[in-house]
Design a protein around this ligand. Sequence first.
Ligand code: TPP
Length: 281
Amino acid sequence: MKKKKDILELKEKAIEIRRDVLTMLSKAASGHTGGSLSIVEILVALYFAEMNISPENRKERNRDKFVLSKGHGCPSLYAVLAEKGFFQKEELWTLRQIGSRLQGHPQFGLPGVEISSGSLGQGLSVALGMAIADKMDNVDSRVYCLMGDGETNEGQIWEAAMTAAHYKLDNVCGIIDYNKLQIDGFCCDVMDLGEYRGKWESFGWHVKEVDGHDFEEIIKGFDEARKTKGSPSILIAHTVKGKGVSFIENKAKWHGIAPNKEELEKALKELDEEEKRIKNC
Ligand SMILES: Cc1ncc(C[n+]2csc(CCOP(=O)(O)OP(=O)(O)O)c2C)c(N)n1
């Protein structure tokens, strides 16, 4: 179990990542705000508590691998990669500019990015390819794939779900950003996901539901997944789209727009308040 001090450090990192994400998006004047903010704790837990990955070992065969299948959430991935030292933080401010390595969806070539993504539904299949290759080569590493809940409307996800169980890929850990919203509104209105946990279980996955903004729960979920043998695991992470900024939280209209200057200032003030609150806890 992580110590209280370690959890506080992770919480502080999450606030810093949210500041970076909002600032990047505001400078770019476009991009996906809601679905970036919902995945911050998941990414911070992966890169600062769970995965064996760093700028130093990023080309080594036995590194852990991460696939951001919901590629539109990349501002958070970029901020985490910069925080981890994969590239300079200044590069964040080039988001979505012509010639920048930080495009609106991740591109292979940026240090730390394993695959280009953004066309929804494909990431899990790619992750399985990596996991099968690792098993064939007796490489001891894990592959993580973060998907959106709306993204799992794509049929390819369920072909991959079947395949992972068939090949007993216990080196795969999927994570669902279960924020219940997608581009046009609530998932239950656009395409109801129904009994979601049962769907994954019936496809042969070990399922753990966690609060996707609670570091202790997320880390425990990853531990359980690592100990699960003979089947792939999935964390259904209950999250809030736009998490951390009151006027962005849980609003479909914030799927694909960026904060303007005034909204950015207001949001940064809220994050300052939250930082003070967690430090006094
Ligand atoms: C194949 C494909 N179809 C459509 C889109 C456009 N699109 C981008 S984000 C999105 C909604 C995805 O919803 P979800 O996975 O729940 O993402 P989140 O709400 O977490 O941002 C859609 C339809 C796409 N990127 N790829």
